[in-house]
Design a protein around this ligand. Structure first.
Ligand SMILES: Cc1cc2nc3c(=O)[nH]c(=O)nc-3n(C[C@H](O)[C@H](O)[C@H](O)COP(=O)(O)OP(=O)(O)OC[C@H]3O[C@@H](n4cnc5c(N)ncnc54)[C@H](O)[C@@H]3O)c2cc1C
Length: 396
């Protein structure tokens, strides 16, 4: 991500000109409302939109241009995500461009970059993340899925869990154990696994909000070419840390822009329903408005770190923690101030905006678990940002 190429035309474009170009494209090409059918149909709709953005040269705001990205500076990235959130276009399918992409750009071989990056950004190939296991979530170095070397293949056996969108994904970027079980982070390897390989079973898990967005994955004697290894054998932990840091950091700006929009919509709704006549309610709304603005600034700082150093750094945990707590508090406030009607789900009559707020309230409980729990983010901030002694986590 540090190898920046300059394109004289794009460089000469002012931020405002860029905004107008993007806004016109989004208005002219918006794919309309998503299909209500299966997850696969919805994924295809997202893929078609990702391809349209890519073909217009408007995909991957932080990606280098040689892999099809826009390579935007921080100011234009902020505009980018504001416009994307405002236009309500489909999100990118899977976890490729935010997590696996930056990792392959940094640690991948020339062949891997050429093979995987463009189809990933264009949405032609959908990626899922296979890190967590039943006994390895926060304590990821405890993972047990093994990869045994047999010639130019690895034979992978084990189980992954909570893998978002694995049911609709084509490829998995995964952490596997190549060292002994005791080797912890010194015996982990980063592999790219084609989900169509024999021996793989993917099962969706239903969540309490009624969705089934994540899956468990069983790997039974799965053959993975050694050529699909990112970085060296047993050095996957360092590679994964880059993945995790980028996951937290690059989502920061898009989430900040999204929650700016969601918050504005909530305030408008509260006003319409007369909920802001109460002084205490107004005070609470003002407090949250301040936090939404701080969130945006924190996200900008994290992205600026990446631009300067090529790495998100431990401060990405600050941004992620701030956002996840804000997301929960925003929906909690929505539930309180919208009143009992907001608890009605979309299947019943009288639901506020089709039950949108209660569904998102339920979903927001996961915000402080996914991409590392709030407790783990706090540990990271304590140890790596504030330099406090490592008394909570096992030293790696
Ligand atoms: C919506 C969502 C999407 C996800 N998507 C993916 C995905 O695509 N791919 C993937 O691999 N994983 C994914 N995950 C899994 C996620 O990374 C794990 O759930 C998370 O790392 C926590 O692990 P765990 O569930 O095993 O909980 P545990 O690690 O068992 O933690 C249980 C509790 O103990 C606390 N705890 C544990 N260790 C410490 C400590 N050292 N100090 C203080 N407190 C501690 C935790 O904070 C938590 O409250 C997803 C999770 C969610 C909710």
């Amino acid at each position: 991500m540090t190898q920046l190429r300059t394109d004289p035309v794009a460089e000469a474009e002012t931020a405002e000109q860029f905004r107008q170009r993007l806004r016109s494209f989004l208005a002219a090409s918006h794919p309309g409302r998503g299909p209500k059918g299966s997850r696969r149909e919805r994924t295809r709709w997202q893929q078609a939109w990702a391809a349209a953005l890519f073909d217009a040269g408007l995909a991957g705001p932080s990606w280098p241009r040689e892999y099809g990205g826009c390579d935007l500076g921080v100011d234009k990235q902020i505009l980018y995500y504001e416009e994307i959130a405002r236009a309500r276009v489909p999100g990118h399918p899977g976890n490729g461009p935010t997590i696996a992409g930056p990792t392959i750009i940094r640690f991948g071989t020339h062949e891997q970059r050429e093979r995987f990056l463009r189809p990933m950004l264009r949405g032609d190939v959908v990626w899922a993340q296979g890190f967590s296991e039943p006994e390895a979530g926060s304590d990821l170095p405890a993972l047990r899925t093994t990869a045994r070397r047999a010639g130019d293949q690895y034979v992978v056996n084990g189980q992954k869990v909570w893998s978002s969108n694995a049911d609709v994904a084509d490829w998995l970027f995964a952490l596997v154990r190549t060292g002994t079980q005791q080797s912890r982070s010194a015996g982990i390897t980063y592999l790219l696994i084609d989900l169509a390989t024999p021996g793989i079973t993917v099962r969706p898990i239903k969540d309490m909000a009624g969705g089934a967005h994540f899956c468990e994955i069983f790997l039974d004697d799965v053959q993975v070419p050694v050529a699909n290894r990112v970085g060296e054998e047993n050095e996957g932990w360092g590679v994964a840390r880059t993945s995790l840091g980028h996951e937290r950091a690059t989502r920061a700006l898009s989430q900040a822009a999204l929650f700016r929009r969601v918050w504005d919509e909530l305030v408008a709704l509260l006003r319409e329903r007369g909920a802001l006549r109460d002084e205490v309610a107004r005070d609470r709304v003002a407090q949250l408005e301040i936090r939404v603005r701080i969130m945006q600034l924190t996200a900008q700082r994290t992205i600026d770190d990446i631009r300067r150093t090529g790495e998100p750094g431990a401060a990405s945990s600050t941004s992620r923690l701030y956002q996840s707590l804000l997301e929960q508090n925003l929906y909690e406030l929505a539930m309180e101030l919208l009143g009992p009607d907001a608890l009605v789900l979309d299947t019943a009559s009288g639901a506020v905006q089709g039950g949108r707020w209660v569904a998102n309230y339920l979903r927001s409980r996961a915000a402080t678990i996914g991409t590392g729990t709030a407790e783990i983010q706090r540990n990271t901030i304590a140890e790596r940002v504030l330099g406090l002694p490592q008394i909570f986590t096992k030293a790696e």
